[in-house]
Design a protein around this ligand. Structure first.
Ligand code: ADP
Ligand code: ASP
Ligand code: MG
Length: 418
């Protein structure tokens, strides 16, 4: 069983005027703002959108590997950095990108203003490191847009109800963008990144992977939950809950990308599988001698994001992100149970809305893995996903073989406009 925890739908527009038509939210990821030349290109793109008559909000990530470098600095200082101070530190990266982009926009003859998450009115709960957005107070952004300014909002961060700086979890700039698109009533939320869209598999691993023209919210949720990094899981949840259309596309071209929208007939009929995803960033835990209710209550209390859960009579097996390892270990030790953790497994998943109406997906999945001599250790399913935990060393060849077995390299897989 995969559990995707849905965020409560936050209030938006509590103190803001009515959304204005013609508002675009354009989010640029770390690679897209990797150096000052790229930042200048992003500034030009924002200016072009402004000159076309739009009210333009740019949401930027930290430059290149800045966030990783900041986290590394913290780890050099402390084994378990103080959560408040860690957020003070890592939120800086996005602020740098926005200030620099604003400078570039001034030089292009336009008016701009950079805002931190707090200044932009992104209000969160008090959980450092993976805060949830509880409200977006968009008044200041509206005022700046009304003055004709291009507004740059630092992604991945907010201010808590206790007035502290918080961050929204890795990849959280996607969430900032989706939340602002909802709050501002934007026509669409454009997610600019280093690939052309959402592919049938990670294009870095499967060169024959194809860009999908359209993916349903449910499929994208499953893909993001099972490792397709191209969109942060919570941003997809937010977009679905608020009906925000996401358009994932390349920073480096004008080509149309992938639209994430409600499911339509073509998604069910054209191809039964939309993609093969994988992750190496999960830890699998085996726990004996504890009631499930007690175990998962304690994990939830410690903000551990549990994914797969399998319960047999004596044992509970569950997975959680690698970054939750320290917290999960503390919970399990605290419960005084016997447990073990394995980092030697990865997870390969096949995802597709068409699975609901096409039998045989499980058969193809298992026979494909069987031919490679791979025996999954844990298998979990949802109506539109089959996920297999396999040895880490087997992950890449399993992804390639499943991609081939479901014929995802063929043009039909793309769901292009007829
Ligand atoms: P950004 O810095 O723009 O947020 P990310 O690194 O978070 O970009 O996400 C883009 C990366 O996601 C791509 O470079 C690609 O390697 C990876 N990726 C994994 N799975 C997929 C997929 N199914 N489709 C597209 N990209 C994917
Ligand atoms: N800079 C943050 C990260 O690397 C947020 C983001 O890029 O979306 O996770
Ligand atoms: Mg990202």
């Amino acid at each position: 069983m995969t559990s995707i925890e849905f965020e409560p739908v936050p209030a938006i527009d509590a103190d803001a005027p009515k959304p204005e038509p013609g508002t675009v939210v354009m989010k640029f990821g770390g690679t897209s703002v990797g150096d000052t030349e790229k930042l200048k290109d992003v500034a030009r793109r924002l200016v072009v959108a402004r000159e076309a008559g739009n009210r333009v909000v740019g949401v930027l990530s930290a430059m290149g590997h800045t966030t990783d470098e900041l986290l590394d600095l913290a780890r050099q200082i402390s084994q378990r950095p103080h959560p408040r101070e860690l957020d003070m530190l890592v939120s800086v990266g996005e602020r740098i990108s926005c200030a620099l982009a604003a400078m570039a926009i001034f030089d292009l003859g336009h008016d701009a203003i950079s805002l931190t998450g707090s200044q932009a009115g992104i209000v969160t709960d008090t959980v450092h490191g993976k805060a949830k957005i509880v409200e977006v107070r968009a008044r200041r952004i509206h005022e700046a847009l009304n003055q004709g300014k291009i507004v740059l909002v630092a992604g991945f961060q907010g201010v808590s109800t206790a007035f502290e700086v918080t961050t929204l979890g890795r990849g959280g700039t996607d969430l900032t963008a989706a939340a602002l698109a909802a709050a501002l009533g934007a026509d669409a939320c454009e997610i600019y990144t280093d690939v052309q869209g959402v592919y049938t598999a990670d294009p870095r691993i499967v060169p024959s992977a194809r860009k999908l023209h359209a993916v349903s919210y449910d499929e994208m949720l499953e893909m993001a939950a099972s490792g397709a990094k191209v969109l942060q899981l919570r941003s997809v949840e937010f977009a679905r809950n608020h009906g925000v259309k996401l358009h994932v596309r390349s920073t480096f071209s004008d080509a149309d990308g992938t639209w994430i929208t409600e499911e339509d007939e073509r998604m069910l009929e054209k191809a039964m599988i939309s993609g093969v995803t994988h992750t190496l960033e999960e830890t699998l835990y085996r726990v004996d001698g504890v009631a499930a209710a007690r175990l998962f209550a304690a994990l939830a209390e410690a903000q551990v994001n549990v994914d797969t859960i399998v319960q047999t009579s004596a044992q509970i097996v569950f997975s959680a992100p690698v970054e939750d390892r320290v917290d999960a270990a503390a919970v399990l030790d605290g419960l005084g149970v016997s447990w073990s953790a394995s980092d030697e497994l990865g997870k390969v998943s096949v995802v597709g809305a068409g699975m609901k109406s096409h039998p045989g997906v499980a058969a193809t999945t298992f026979s494909t893995l069987g031919e490679l001599g791979i025996e999954p250790q844990v298998v979990t399913t949802s109506p539109i996903k089959i996920a297999c935990h396999v040895g880490r060393e087997d992950v890449e060849r399993a992804v390639a073989a499943l991609h081939e077995a479901f014929q995802l390299h063929r043009p039909e897989a793309m769901r292009a406009d007829p």
